[in-house]
Structures are given as C-alpha cells and as structure tokens.
Ligand binder design. Sequence first.
Ligand code: C2E
Ligand code: CA
Ligand code: CA
Ligand code: CA
Length: 279
Amino acid sequence: AKQAGKGTYMLYGQNMQQYFDERVIIEKHLREAIDNNELSLQYQPKVTLPNGELWGFEALIRWNSPVLGFVSPLSFIGIAEDCRLIIPIGEWVLRKACLFLAGLHRQGLGPYHISVNISVIQLLMDDFAETVLKILRETGLNPRYLELEITESIIMESFEEISIKLEYLKQQGIGIALDDFGTGYSSLSYLKQLPITTLKIDKSFIDGLPGEGSSMPLAGSIVAIGHDMGLIVTAEGVETKEQLEFLRRVNCDKVQGYYISRPIAEGQVQAWTRQYARQ
Ligand code: C2E
Ligand code: CA
Ligand code: CA
Ligand code: CA
C-alpha cells in the first residue's frame, strides 16, 4: 500500500500476495470502523440547470482509520462488498444521510434532496426495500427527497429481482439514478425496462468537453437519449466553466463536480449552503 495524494490510503499491491494481505488488513480494521466512529459522510452539492439552483447533495463515505489513515472508498467499498460488511455500513450511510437532511429541513433550509450510493449486495437483501422505508419513517424524511444511486453493472446480475424492488421504491416517491452511466454494457432496450428516474453520465464523458470540431460529443447525445426516455439527466465530474456551459447548452438537467463544489464535511454544509444562496 502507498499513501496516495492528500494522505489517502490506496491499494497498490505489487503482486497477488501483497494485494491479498492488504485486503485482509482493511477488512480487519473495517469491522470495527462503525462502532469506533471512524466513518463519516461528506456531502457534494448538486445543482439544477439552467439556473444553478441547489437541488441537494450526494452523500460520500469517508473512513479515517487510526491505524491506516484516510482510506479511499475506491479501496474499501469493494472489500466491504466481498465480506458483506457493506450491509451494516450501507445502512449506516443511509440513516446518517437521511438524518442529516431532515435536520437541515428542520432548520428551514431547502427542502433539498439527498442521493445515497447503494451497493448491489444491499439491493439483493430480501428486506432492502423495508429497510429504506423504515429509515425514512425513523428520520421523518419525505421519500421524495431521497434518491438512490445504483450502478449499471449491478443490475445485470439479477435484473428481475432488482427491478421489482426498485419499481416499488420508485412508486413510494424515491428517485432512482443509474450511476456511472455509459461505462457498463447495458443496451438501450434494456435501459427502457429499468425502473429509474435519472441517468447520471459518467465523468469520463465529461472530461473531454466541450471537444473540438462539429461532431456532437457523446455527453450531448446521452442527454438527448435520456430525455427521449423521459428521464432526468445528471452529469458528474464537472470541473470547468466550459463543461458547465456545454451541459447547459445541451439541456442537461443537473450537474455536480469540483467546479461547483468539492464534497463538504457535514459541519460545513450549512455555511456553504447559506453562502451559495447569497451569491
Ligand atoms: P461515485 O458514486 O461515482 O462518486 C463520485 C466520485 O467522484 C466521488 O469520489 C467524488 O468525490 C468524486 N468527484 C466528484 N466531483 C468530482 C470532480 O469534479 N472531479 C473529480 N476528479 N472527482 C470528483 P469518492 O468520494 O472518492 O467516491 C468514490 C466512489 O466510492 C464513488 O464513486 C462510489 O462508487 C463509492 N462510494 C462512495 N461513498 C459510498 C457509499 O456510501 N456507499 C457505496 N456503496 N459506495 C460509495
Ligand atoms: Ca454516485
Ligand atoms: Ca458516479
Ligand atoms: Ca463515476
């Protein structure tokens, strides 16, 4: 393992054995992370176009281990899935995020939305839908303010089972976003059958924007396809003014990225929100 930028611990196994050892170490420490209060959430703003109004936030998990330091979710989420720790961790994330948003609403801010990343392991649990609705009841958050972000790759595995659950949650008013769209292998006909409300264009399609010449960048075509299917289209990884302007021009509905704001620590969200409203 190596310290990546900004003191973040990433997996860098030089060979199979080292890679395996690192996974064992991460799993061992992760088992205690919830109880020891080592996990936290950051919130990255999402704004609607064309006007840039604050729509809400995506909750992103952070792990500060006393032994390993900051560990990137890119390093530990996959391990948490393999050892099923993602089930308690995912439930913790959902409850924490809903509580946080309900708290903002009680203070008269918003109402804003919250997007929460959900792993396929969570979706495959028989009681997944019940758990989500239970957390909404407990936290007093209206389902319409919750959005679940799921990735394409996951749904292929158990299309029927997952579709039924997502359809049910969608009927309760919960938003369903297909995350990292364009990086998987889903066909358009299959996309049409999925009970989703939003397409989230992967950052890799945003990076090259606005591009050169007269050909329409893929991101523009994805927005058009999404709209044809009656979906809301969000772009992630927006880092420049030019990208934002391109996305506004092609009628993308929502954007998120460092250009608007980096993920914000819980304690700073209120101040950021008030400041953003003033500008
Ligand atoms: P994701 O869902 O695609 O989240 C977007 C990632 O891109 C986040 O990284 C975010 O901090 C980063 N990002 C946002 N805007 C920009 C930008 O303009 N430029 C660049 N370069 N990056 C940007 P993060 O927080 O490290 O999370 C990585 C991945 O870990 C997430 O990718 C998601 O797949 C997973 N993840 C994070 N939190 C959770 C969680 O609570 N549950 C689950 N199951 N997965 C999570
Ligand atoms: Ca996401
Ligand atoms: Ca994403
Ligand atoms: Ca992505």
